[in-house]
Design a protein around this ligand. Structure first.
Ligand SMILES: [Zn+2]
Length: 373
């Protein structure tokens, strides 16, 4: 199970409620994305389903803890937004995506709606929690608890319930089945019915502190301190975003090498080298090519700014700034606009399915001329 970043106060309060046998039947975890609501919900579910909790904390050893840790406990139920599959009649329900959902959670509980859409292999569709889901909730909760203790139902992003589903859920919350704990995990609780809000105990999450994010990045992801601080700073208290930034950084490291290669060859007028270079880039997928050109644009801008020596305006990492010491002078007021136009044009051409070998070879040739201005 994912380790939790920060949120010590909330965790302590939940543990106390469990220890004192005062767990409300419905909790609403609300607050900004990436603050760890789902991670805390999962840990709390583990404590609720643990055979030997210690001061409201899960023991981590018992069968209950192990099954919850793998998200397969028979008394742990999940509801989350889903999309209808092609040719499917009737509503889609969470159970149809349970395998994918568990896979996502096994990777990390710091997951956002976008990640989930990608995991369901859709991008531009809207996922929702449909009315058929409420019937499933009723059915699942009418079963007696398999292990003789609590039943836990985690509802992720309840704001994506349609109206009928929300009304049915309300009825369930009004007459809650015994020994059942609902945990609603919401990024946008303003969108929930006020009648649902009034049936739940609100647990308000704050964005994580930069210190908490940075130390988690060092301990959990093995980052160097400077990188961890930079990413924590960019992430604004959102750990999910910080984790994504690590992946972007890894890609950018690769992009950086490619850019340096090209600039060196442009400086040496190595046409053959540029040709080979463009053929290698042409083998990438178009999305990656676009990401690369976005990165080039960023680097061009940063190097232009570097010449003014205003550190607050530069956001490059160590490797990039080291490179700028020698390179920045090649990006100046005589060429910066045209270089940026050349990058943007290449990006547009990638989007319009122009032959990528030509796009990147032309781009290289233009850079030969531009960087000596
Ligand atoms: Zn346990």
């Amino acid at each position: 199970m994912t380790s939790i970043v920060g949120q010590k106060e909330i965790q302590a309060r939940l543990a106390r409620q469990l220890h004192e046998n005062a767990v409300p039947h419905a909790l609403l975890f609300c607050g900004p994305e990436g603050s760890g609501k789902l991670a805390v919900a999962l840990r709390f579910a583990q404590a609720l389903l643990c055979k030997n909790p210690n001061d409201g904390q899960p023991c981590g050893q018992c069968q209950g803890c192990k099954m919850t840790g793998d998200f397969v406990h028979p008394d742990l139920h999940f509801v989350f937004p889903v999309i209808k599959q092609k040719g499917q009649s009737g509503d889609a329900v969470s159970d149809m995506y349970l395998k994918e959902w568990r896979e996502v959670l096994r990777t990390s509980a710091y997951v956002d709606y976008q990640d989930w859409l990608e995991r369901m292999l859709v991008q531009n569709q809207q996922a929702q929690i449909a009315v058929a889901e409420s019937d499933q909730i009723l059915r699942k909760l009418s079963l007696t608890s398999q292990q003789g203790g609590y039943k836990v139902m985690i509802i992720w992003l309840p704001e994506l319930m349609n109206v009928q589903a929300a009304n049915k859920l309300l009825k369930i919350l009004e007459e809650p089945p015994k020994q059942t704990v609902f945990i609603l995990v919401s990024n946008n609780s303003d969108k929930l019915l006020t009648t649902i809000l009034s049936r739940t105990q609100r647990v308000a999450f704050k964005p994580l502190s930069k210190e908490d994010v940075a130390s988690a990045l060092i301990q959990q992801c093995g980052l160097q301190e400077a990188d961890a601080r930079r990413i924590a700073h960019q992430g604004a208290g959102n750990f999910t975003r910080a984790l994504k930034q690590i992946r972007v950084d890894a890609d950018n490291g690769d992009f950086f090498e490619r850019f340096v290669q090209l600039m060196r060859m442009c400086y040496q007028r190595d046409i053959k080298g540029i040709k080979n270079w463009s053929e290698e880039i042409a083998d990438w997928g178009r999305e990656r090519q676009k990401d690369f050109l976005d990165y080039v644009l960023y680097l061009v801008r940063e190097n232009f700014m570097y010449n003014f020596q205003i550190p607050e305006l530069n956001f490059m990492n160590q490797k990039e700034s080291d490179f700028s010491v020698r390179f920045a002078r090649f990006i100046n007021e005589r060429n910066v606009i045209e270089i940026m136009e050349a990058v943007e044009e290449a990006r547009r051409d990638v989007g319009q399915n122009v032959n990528p070998k030509m796009i990147f070879f032309d781009f290289g040739l233009r850079m030969i001329v531009l960087i000596i201005r």
